[in-house]
Design a binder for this molecule. Structure first.
Ligand SMILES: Nc1nc2c(c(=O)[nH]1)N[C@H]1C(S)=C(S)[C@@H](COP(=O)(O)O)O[C@H]1N2
Ligand SMILES: [Mo]
Length: 518
């Protein structure tokens, strides 16, 4: 079959653009909406870019079941998966707009409605100002002009309804593509230039800790190939947050307001923090979304300022019971004040493993509170601490059905042997990790098939706020066997066998591994 010409004579003698060309025109127009919108957003706030607005809105309204499924299915690539699905939906919508435009300006109307909706959604973003509508509006106007031009032809065409010639169409298409790509690229460059957080982080000098973390005692890290390292490197540390675009907050722009139920509100910046002693602590962070056997946990040297001291300066009212921390991107976490002032190492952290916080982990400042899941304590890019009460305020995930208070549940995991490996009969090294932050691990036991539970060798405890490695030697016999692990915390509570999903306050159940022995 011969290729359809881009432009052909209609019955009326008017040239009408082919369906394929019209769909293509719609896609180019939509690309221009996003490109111009992105450029305009660079002058306002990168968070006002239409593509980002749509993605962030989807993330904020995704039911937790779907979000958990996405994290399970795509892991750290859950955001890539979101971007790809969004792009596909947009591509389809844009093609429809192009097709609709062929007879009447219905495609333009569709762009106007969708662009208007994006502008309204932009105003709902946590950092929004009235200016946030502008990128969507400017983008849509540019998109409509492009769509009219490509599909209906210029106003000064010889006769009303005359479309572009084939050559004119191609020229215009190339022009629109270049404009869209150029605007998007320029927007990207401007946004990074204007908010150059990467350079700022490179210049940031992390103060040496006045109170360094105690050294690892010998025996805290068993030597077993494949066992989880006691300290997690920054680039191996799990990352969980709702941010599609990393907040770009420079240390010069950073302010932390402490207010609410306090005697005097205070505002800190890095100049005011300078000179205060920095402490460094090893703390194991855990995500509530961690499944039984999952790897959403990590241990790092966190350095920063004790939160209790900062709160004491503001003077916390005795009837307050919650610290509501807020990120520059609007995320909030509700932390019981008791967990901050009871002597544990709750920190306003500015360093991770001897470096300024990586941008993805909260640069320039975040919270770390031992013993509590990240969603109720570990606010990254933190800019606001409100002292309040659980009966007056609630945080981001609590508003979406998750628990308001969430201490970390006791967990244990088999790391060695890895899943699906075959081992030789005889002495087989087994190993893993267990955690029960702020209570401590007292015992870890392993069960082979239906045999009695047996205690394993626990690595030396570093502190109750860190995980604990364990090893065991199995006299393996040929066949297929199931190994099961369970931990007991220092209060004597045995990790429950009962399986529970992460929602609403953390998974429970015993991790097991099926091993083939030959
Ligand atoms: N600003 C912000 N901070 C956040 C989150 C978030 O979505 N936004 N997620 C929290 C959750 S659920 C966890 S488990 C920890 C993860 O910290 P990490 O990414 O440094 O491992 O960050 C917490 N802090
Ligand atoms: Mo989390």
């Amino acid at each position: 079959m011969a290729a359809e010409p881009a432009v052909r004579e209609g019955n009326s003698g008017h040239r009408r653009i082919s369906r394929g060309a019209a769909a293509f025109a719609g896609i180019l127009a939509a690309a221009l909406v996003l490109g111009i919108g992105h450029l305009a957003a660079a002058f306002i706030d990168p968070a006002a870019s239409p593509f980002y607005v749509l993605g962030a809105t989807v993330v904020d309204h995704t039911p937790h079941q779907l979000k958990d499924a996405a994290i399970r299915r795509f892991g750290a690539h859950d955001k890539d998966a979101l971007f790809v699905s969004m792009a596909l939906v947009m591509l389809a919508g844009a093609a429809v707009a192009g097709l609709l435009e062929r007879r009447r300006p219905l495609g333009s109307a569709l762009l106007l409605i969708l662009g208007g909706a994006t502008g309204v959604l932009a105003l709902q973003r946590p950092t929004a100002t009235p200016w946030f509508v502008l990128p969507s509006v400017l983008g849509v106007l540019a998109g409509i002009v492009a769509l009219r031009l490509l599909v209906a032809g210029p106003r000064h065409a010889a006769a009303p309804g005359d479309g572009l010639s084939r050559r004119g169409f191609l020229t215009a298409a190339v022009g629109v593509t270049a404009l869209a790509a150029g605007a998007a690229a320029l927007g990207h460059v401007l946004a990074t230039r204007l908010h150059d957080v990467v350079a700022d982080r490179a210049r940031f000098r992390l103060p040496a800790p006045a109170g360094p973390a105690p050294a690892l005692p010998p025996g805290a890290q068993p030597t077993l190939a494949g066992i989880t390292p006691f300290v997690t490197a920054n680039d191996r540390f799990y990352r969980v947050d709702t941010a599609l675009q990393l907040p770009a907050l420079t240390s010069a722009d950073w302010r932390l307001r402490i207010h609410g139920m306090v005697d005097r509100a205070i505002e800190l910046d890095f100049d005011r923090l300078r000179g205060r002693p920095v402490v460094e602590r090893l703390i194991t962070l855990t995500c509530v979304s961690n499944e039984v056997g999952g790897d959403l946990a990590g241990t790092a040297h966190w350095s920063g300022y004790p939160l209790a001291e900062l709160l004491a300066e503001a003077g916390v009212h005795p009837d307050a019971d919650m610290l509501l921390s807020r990120s520059v991107d609007g995320f909030t976490a509700s932390t019981p004040l008791s967990a901050i002032v009871d002597g544990r190492d709750a920190l306003l952290a500015i360093g991770m493993n001897g470096e300024p916080l990586p941008i993805a982990h909260g640069y320039p400042a975040r919270l770390v509170v031992p013993g509590l899941y990240g969603f109720v304590s570990a606010t990254k890019w933190v800019v606001d601490l409100e002292v309040t009460r659980f009966d007056r305020a609630s945080a981001y995930w609590t508003d979406r059905g998750w628990a308001a208070r969430a201490p970390i549940k006791t967990a244990s995991r088999i790391d060695v042997p890895a899943a699906f490996v075959t081992v030789d009969a005889g002495a087989v090294p087994i190993g893993g990790v267990a955690w029960a932050q702020h209570r401590g691990i007292a015992r870890v036991e392993i069960q082979v098939d239906d045999q009695p539970w047996q205690p394993v060798r626990l690595a030396t405890e570093y502190s109750t706020d860190t995980w604990r490695q364990w090893t065991w030697t199995w006299q393996a016999t040929p066949g297929t066997h199931t190994l099961r692990v369970r931990a007991t915390d220092a209060t004597g509570a045995v990790q429950p066998e009962q399986r529970a999903t992460p929602f609403p306050d953390g998974a429970t159940g015993w991790h097991n591994r099926v091993v083939t022995v030959r």
